[in-house]
Design a protein around this ligand. Structure first.
Ligand code: TMP
Length: 209
């Protein structure tokens, strides 16, 4: 059986990630690829409950608990959804993965980025790491403007969207560091362009893979 590919999309809240991911999936399908679109956290029945716990605001987990719940969601997602799809030869396009955990929990929550936590992140991946990652690079200031206009339009913010600016700055700095440390895997896309231009850039880098 041919092995599929895992492509992850990463970026701060408001970077246009979800729109770009859907358009990318449509483009891959139009080329005849067998594609599975998925997301974290929450794309399994168990994950849906974890997503509610993590993001609804009903609970306020301490940083350690928050990390463990995101990792729990990931392990379930890999075993139940991602790995079977890859085994079936599909292209799996996933909205967020371990880079988000590095950025939001280790950097944003200021958990010590040490070998033990890195090993836990790897362990939760159950052996599945991305073949390519699209990072939608948008400054915290520009993302905040977009988020404010979305919320004015009635879109609800999640518990992490509502974190302070310095949390989002740490998240941004972490994504920037991840991109620099993994130049082969992580493709930085300038998200401060119109939707079509961003999509064209994504298609260009994926075509080159
Ligand atoms: P989203 O569905 O709008 O991308 O929201 C998911 C939120 O969860 C977003 O604020 C980022 C956050 N998140 C983490 O903090 N750690 C993680 O490991 C993942 C996958 C997401």
């Amino acid at each position: 059986m041919s092995k599929g590919k895992l492509i992850t999309f990463e970026g701060g809240d408001g970077s246009g990630k979800t729109t770009q991911l859907s358009r990318t999936v449509a483009w891959l399908k139009a080329q005849g690829k067998d594609v599975l679109q998925t997301f974290e956290p929450g794309d399994t029945p168990l994950g849906k409950a974890l997503r509610h716990i993590l993001l609804s605001g009903e609970f306020v987990p301490v940083a350690q608990t928050e990390l463990l719940l995101f990792l729990a969601d990931r392990a379930q997602h890999v075993r139940e959804v991602i790995q079977p799809a890859l085994d079936a030869g599909k292209w799996v396009v996933c909205d967020r993965y371990s880079d988000s955990t590095l950025a939001y929990q280790l950097a944003g929550r200021k958990l010590t980025d040490n070998a033990e936590l890195r090993a836990m992140l790897k362990w939760a991946e159950c052996g599945v790491s991305p073949d390519a990652t699209i990072w939608l690079d948008l400054s915290v200031e520009d993302a905040a403007i977009r988020m404010a206009s979305r919320q004015a339009g009635g879109e609800a913010a999640n518990r992490l969207d509502n974190e302070k600016q310095d949390f989002h700055q740490s998240v941004y700095a972490a994504f920037d560091k991840i991109a620099k440390e993994n130049p082969e895997r992580v493709q930085r896309i300038n998200a401060n362009q119109d939707i079509d231009a961003v999509q064209a850039d994504i298609q260009r880098v994926l075509s080159a893979l």
